[in-house]
Every structure is written in C-alpha cells, then in structure tokens.
Unconditional design. Structure first.
Length: 191
C-alpha cells in the first residue's frame, strides 16, 4: 500500500478538525497542533486553510460528478441507475466521512472554487432529476414531483457521513441494498 504524502496527511487531519469544530473555528495553529508540528511548517506543504477546504470539497464533488456521469451514460433502467447512485453515496461516504462533513457543512466558505463547486452540484442534481423524469415517463417511477423525490433521497444520502462512522460492523453492500429498498420502494407494506 502506498504511503500518504505530508500534504495528504494535513488534508486528512484538517477534514477531521473541520468535522469536529467547523471550518470557521479551526485555525492553522489548531491544525499544526493536531499534526504535532509548528504552524509555520504547514506552509511548506499548503498555501492556506481555504486551499485545504478546496481540496477536500472539490475532490469529493468531482468524485460524485464523475460517478453520476458514468451512471447516466449506462443503458441501465432508471431504477437501476437510482440504485447505483445510492451505492455511489454509500461508497464515497464510507471512505471519507470527515470530508463529507466539510462538503455538506462548509462548502459556502469556498472562495476561489465556489462557482465551480456550485456548477458541479447543479450538474449532479440536474442529472439526478433527469433520471427521475425519464423513470416517470417510462412508468418505472410513480408520478410525483421529481424535485421532491430528489430532495428526499439526497437528504438521506448526504447525511450518511453522520451515521456510517457510528456503525462498527457495517456491511456496506447490505446498507446499499437496504437504502435502495427503502428509498426506491418505500416503507409501506404492500401485501
């Protein structure tokens, strides 16, 4: 397994601190203390706290966007595409719960990358909505407002970073299957 660079170590530590304290409350001194180094030494590896936030948020947003592009390009049914979106969220959230906290809670602190991030998010949500609209048109999905469906599903998926780390024995495939069943099929007993 490849070792991580000092810059990657700083980014991982910063993401953890941002999740615990919030981006605005974390100082470079806090980060240096957590790393066990002097604050001035951080600047050998990074330019600023915002640069770290950019790295965290943009890398995750691009991962979601790239995953969505692969899903939308597939010939799968709309329901299968929705299942893959759920799997994408479970996978990314399970690998980076600290970064997901920054993505969800601190994105508005992006300065130089804010418009780029907003475009990525908008594109992702538009692709999601198109899948729902096509599913409704094909009769795969009930005819309910796509915006409401998307908001309901994404609210659950975007909060996985809070729940996943609390589960020590979590089976990610089982979680994906259960979420797919609940979010796509609902909870009503139809028998």
């Amino acid at each position: 397994m490849k070792g991580i660079t000092r810059k990657e170590e700083i980014t991982i530590t910063a993401a953890k601190l941002f999740k615990e304290k919030g981006y605005s409350a974390v100082t470079m001194r806090d980060l240096a203390t957590a790393m066990g180094i002097k604050a001035a030494s951080l600047y050998n590896h990074i330019n600023s706290k915002e640069a770290i936030l950019n790295t965290i948020i943009i890398s995750l947003a691009e991962a979601f966007t790239n995953g969505m592009k692969q899903i939308t390009a597939s010939n799968d049914s709309c329901l299968d595409k929705l299942k893959k979106i759920i799997e994408l969220h479970v996978h990314i959230s399970s690998k980076n719960s600290n970064g997901m906290a920054a993505l969800n809670n601190d994105w508005m602190h992006l300065e130089t990358q804010l418009i780029y991030y907003q475009n990525l998010r908008s594109d992702y949500e538009n692709d999601f909505k198109i899948i729902l609209e096509k599913g409704i048109k094909a009769g795969e999905i009930i005819n309910v407002k796509p915006d409401v469906m998307m908001f309901s599903i994404l609210t659950t998926l975007r909060s996985l970073y809070i729940w996943i780390p609390k589960k020590e024995d979590i089976n990610l495939q089982e979680l994906t299957d259960n979420l797919s069943n609940i979010l796509i099929n609902g909870i009503a007993n139809k028998s």
